[in-house]
Ligand binder design. Structure first.
Ligand code: HSE
Length: 428
């Protein structure tokens, strides 16, 4: 039997403690599958005195994660602190420089510094593994790098922020406004310390940029993810979308177009009966399309102690087995810088607006759509509230720039009350 694989774990929050427990509870099973024991040499967190509900006295303690990463009795540095700079980045760089392999759940760090870290690790013959960084317990990194390795990937889509999916599905099922459900999510502890990471689409955008890199052989390019959060979604939109056979999801879509790589994380309408439309609560879903395989749908828990620890230990077991692979599935030196294409792919759109209830108002809006070259697929007008007539359109496929032209023209008609809402419909 080989020597034990020795871990240093930095970050003893929900995930770190979940990992410690999993390593203890499943020690025999892990040893059997890894071909060697997996042991914890040392841990690191800010506050040593806090009771974390699990005995940690058998492990050496470092207050400085950089010192942990450099310890001689650590083979694999496991970073579970989070953050796109500071201690997380410093300690991973220190681990690589000291010749350690790295396992992390840190999507923000990889989204911002993935290429540089991959180059540094590969120059040292080290691996960085990060299954837990994208969609929690769903083995999507393995699916892309291994199971689908022979496919030309055509599109990757996903609902990858459980908090946003909880908010949107709760608004829909309870008929509650965004602010009320946002507050509920806060009280349930679902929101990140900076809630904009969730509801602004940033967290999910980080994850999408990582998947894009693996899927399309490009350098991680988070700066060119078009980001739009869910803060402007109203209960009226959720109900109107439902009425037209759609559900609203914070959906990431990445695809290589003739003009370059398009990466979007934005609220979209998806068919209510599709797997994405049916996805409720905090669950995640990733849809991958490849030329040979067709479409794969992966669904599962995107966060939490057990699911995240499950993903981390899978990476650790691979390292224990001496299964090694380039960070983004092909050598970092061979990853191209992506040409970024914004709004390259046309789609049907959902438009909702309130019109002044007077003769010719609807004709002016329909005229503006026609002028912009947009064809109406379906249209619905609801009962009047005072002088306002709520109107919905579903368009045929069109471009974002045509929609923007139409929105500009609507403003000049003088028949609009308030701002119109325009959301893309993603056919999945
Ligand atoms: N805040 C994230 C979510 C946690 O809600 O999915 C995992 O990144």
């Amino acid at each position: 039997m080989s020597e034990p694989l020795r871990l240093g774990i930095a970050g003893l929050g929900t995930v770190g403690i979940g990992l410690v427990k999993l390593i203890r509870d499943n020690a025999e099973l892990i040893e059997g599958r890894a071909g060697r024991k997996v042991v914890i040499s040392a841990v690191s967190a800010r506050d040593q005195s806090r009771d974390r509900g699990v005995a940690l006295d058998g492990y050496a303690w470092e207050t400085d994660p950089v010192a942990l990463a450099r310890r001689d009795d650590v083979d694999v540095y496991v970073e579970l602190m989070g953050g796109d700079s500071g201690p997380a980045k410093d300690s991973i760089e220190a681990a690589i420089a000291a010749g350690k392999d790295v396992v992390t759940a840190n999507k923000a760090l990889l989204a911002h510094h993935g290429q540089a870290l991959a180059e540094a690790a590969e120059a040292k013959g080290r691996v960085i593994r990060y299954e837990a960084a994208v969609a929690g317990g769903i083995p999507v990194i393995k699916a892309l790098t291994e199971g689908l390795a022979g496919n030309r990937i055509t599109r990757v889509m996903g609902v990858m922020n459980g908090t946003c999916n909880y908010i949107l599905t709760r608004m829909q099922s309870a008929g509650l406004p965004y602010d009320t459900v946002f507050e509920e999510a806060r009280q349930l502890g679902y929101l990140e310390a900076d809630p904009n990471l969730d509801v602004g689409g940033i967290d999910a955008g980080h994850k999408l940029s990582i998947l894009s890199s693996i899927a399309f052989g490009t350098q991680v390019d988070f700066d060119n993810v078009e980001l739009e959060g869910i803060g402007a979604i109203t209960i009226e939109d959720i109900e109107a979308a439902e009425d037209m056979g759609f559900r609203i999801k914070l959906l990431g879509v990445s695809q290589m177009t003739g003009r370059g790589l398009e990466q979007r994380m934005s609220p979209c309408l998806v068919p209510a009966t599709s797997p994405l439309g049916q996805l409720a609560g905090g669950t995640n879903m990733v849809v991958i399309e490849g030329d040979a395989v067709g479409q794969i749908v992966l669904r599962g828990p995107g966060a939490g102690a057990g699911p995240t620890a499950s993903a981390v230990i899978a990476d650790v077991i691979d390292i224990a087995r001496n299964f090694r692979m380039p960070v983004f599935g092909r050598p970092a030196s061979m990853l191209n810088k992506a040409r970024s294409a914004r709004a390259a792919v046309s789609a049907p759109y959902y438009l909702r607006m309130n019109l002044l209830d007077k003769p010719g108002a609807l004709a002016k809006i329909a005229g503006a759509l026609g002028e912009a070259g947009i064809s109406i697929d379906r249209m619905r007008q609801y009962g009047h509230a005072d002088t306002a007539a709520p109107v919905l359109f579903v368009t045929h496929k069109t471009t974002r720039s045509a929609i923007d032209t139409a929105l500009g023209a609507f403003a000049a008609t003088g028949v609009l009350l308030g701002a119109p809402v325009a959301l893309r419909i993603e056919m999945v």
